[in-house]
Every structure is written in C-alpha cells, then in structure tokens.
Ligand binder design. Structure first.
Ligand code: MEV
Length: 332
C-alpha cells in the first residue's frame, strides 16, 4: 500500500499603508500582514495532473507535464488560478529532474481573504501553495518560498515589485524596497485599521500597466509624485516609531492625493474616503492597486468601535476591522 503524502501551509493577506505603484519603480512602501489568511492543503496523487480547488468559486485542472501559457484555450477558472498552477508546476519540476516522475498534486485552497480587493489574495495563495507543495518533499526555507512565489506572480504581472509576496511570506509591519531585504518597523502605537471594500474587482496587472503608460507620457510629473511619495513614506516610519497616529493619518491622506494624481483612484474610492474622514478616521486612502479594490482607514483606538457601528448604520456591507499580525507563512 502506498502512503499518500499531505502537507499544509497558510499565509496572510496584507494592507499597503504607503507607497503602492511607486514601489514598482524603486520607491519605498510600507505594508503589514493582517489577520486574514489563506490555507492550502497539498496532497500527492498518482495521476499526472495538478488539480486546484478553492472556496473562492474556482476549480481547475491542468497538466503537470507542461506549463501551458494562460490564454483562450483555458477556462476562466484556469486563467484565474494560473499563477498558483505555475507555482505548483515549478516546484514539481525540480522533483521531476531528481526522480524522472511527473508528480500529480491536488491543491485545496480555503481563503478568508476577499479576492480582487487589493488585499494580496493572489500572492498569499501562491506563497501558501509553494510552502505546502514543497513540504511534500522537504520543509523549505522562507527565502526560497518567497522567490518561487514571486516567480509565479511575475508570470502574470511581470513588473510586480514583490511587495505582496514578501509581506505574505515574512509577515509583520515592513518598510519595503523592490529587490532588497525588507526592514521591520516597530510601531509605538497599535494601528487601529478598518478596511472597506468598494465591491469593484480590479486587476493589479492592468492598473500597473495603466501607471506605466502614465509614466511614459508624463515622466517629470511622475518623478515629482514619486519623490513626494518617498518623502511621505519616510515620514510615516517616524510617525509609527513615535506613535503619532494623527500625523500618520495626515500622511495617509497625502499619499492618497498622490495616487489620485496618478489616476488610480475613482469616485467610489473617493466617496468611501470622504465618509471615513467625516466619521472620525484620522486618515484614509486606497490600498493596493486601486481602480476599485479597497480603502484602508486609520482610527484612534477609542474611535474604532464607534466608526464600525456607523458603517453598519449607513448600510455598508463589506468592511472589517483589521489588526497587523506578525505571522507570515506558517507550515504545519
Ligand atoms: C499591489 O498590491 C501593489 C502595487 O504596487 C503593485 C506591486 O507592488 O507590484 C500596485
């Protein structure tokens, strides 16, 4: 009787507090992992297929022999889950080179991270999947998981800064610059945050390519916005270290204005931000790629509960308080 190998891993979602988009061009960003996670179970099978099942409404099957490119030959589910498939394929390829066998794997994804909401669900799924699949063979180092998950993400979103995979792997509150080691930030005050989801799904890839065109056509304006975003980010680190929540909120508002000038905000996002600021938030901004997705609001500890009640009274349905969590990738 052969013994079926099973491995499990989980990884967190993130909020980007400063620097999105500009981080793709080498500016710093500040982001934190949050208390929403994706859990992945990987089971080795006798077939030569990679089957992916998720509670996000997608179910897809691929060949474990060849890495077909995403495209019209694939179903919508196959295209959506493609980076996860690419991540699994990449890990299995190493083992094929060792023992000449195509290993089949069944992946089961359970996520409490809203999909397409700018909270890093795709990166977290890739990180947890790489962690789980590799653990079928041996327990990987986090650094290794990060580079494989990022490789898979970059198949779809070539210019990814790596920020989402990085925070999901290592966790915590970090100051991040593309292709360098992140630095942990220790915030003196606990950050009371609330995420509000616009309900408009966005594609990070198309938002990033929109910014690329903007930059090509408005180079000096882009450089000016990027320099200002860098200064905002650096001041935000000082505000976190000294626990100055009022200053931090102001800096979030300033960062949002820069993103607005970049053209990645929209009326829905701006209306939610207005609501947050009118109802006690010290700062609010879009988080992630924009064009929909989510808004993150910063509150003082005393205001968070009453702010959440106001959102309920107003009839908002998609919002939740979040805590920065120190846990990145966890392998069982
Ligand atoms: C997406 O969560 C963040 C962006 O800055 C893209 C990236 O960092 O690769 C928009």
């Amino acid at each position: 009787m052969t013994c079926v190998k099973i491995a499990r891993a989980s990884a967190p979602a993130k909020v980007m507090l400063f620097g999105e988009h500009f981080v793709v061009y080498g500016c710093p960003a500040i982001l934190g992992s949050i208390d929403k996670r994706v859990s992945v179970t990987a089971k080795q099978t006798e077939s030569e297929k990679i089957n992916i099942n998720s509670n996000m409404g997608f179910l897809a099957s691929y060949s474990s022999e060849s890495l077909d490119k995403p495209g019209p030959q694939f179903s919508e589910a196959q295209n959506t889950l493609y980076p996860i498939y690419a991540a699994v394929h990449d890990v299995l390829k190493d083992h094929f080179e060792v023992d000449g066998r195509h290993h089949g794997v069944e992946i089961d994804i359970k996520s409490d991270i809203p999909w397409g909401a700018g909270l890093g669900s795709s990166a977290a799924s890739c990180v947890a999947t790489v962690g789980a699949v590799k653990s079928l063979f041996l327990k990987p180092e986090k650094e290794w998981v990060y580079s494989r998950a990022l490789g898979a993400e970059r198949i779809i979103h070539e210019n990814s800064s790596g920020a989402d995979c990085n925070i999901s792997t290592f966790g915590g509150l970090i100051y991040y610059i593309k292709d360098t080691r992140n630095k942990k930030i220790s915030s003196k005050a606990e950050l009371s945050l609330v995420v509000l989801i616009t309900g408009i799904k966005h594609s990070t890839r198309s938002q990033v390519s929109f910014v690329k065109n903007f930059r090509n056509q408005n180079r000096s304006l882009f450089n000016d916005l990027a320099n200002r975003a860098t200064r905002v980010c650096d001041k935000a680190v000082s505000a976190m270290r000294s626990g100055d929540i009022i200053k931090l909120g102001e800096l979030m508002n300033e960062n949002h204005m820069l993103l607005k000038d970049l053209g990645v905000s929209n009326d829905e996002i701006n209306d939610l931000i207005r609501f947050c600021l009118d109802n006690g938030a010290t700062g609010a901004k879009l988080t992630g790629a924009g064009g929909g997705g989510s808004v993150v609001a910063l509150l003082s500890n005393e205001n968070q509960a009453s702010f959440v009640r106001k959102l309920g009274k107003k009839g908002f349905r998609q919002y939740f308080p979040v805590r920065i969590s120190s846990y990145g990738l966890l392998i069982e």
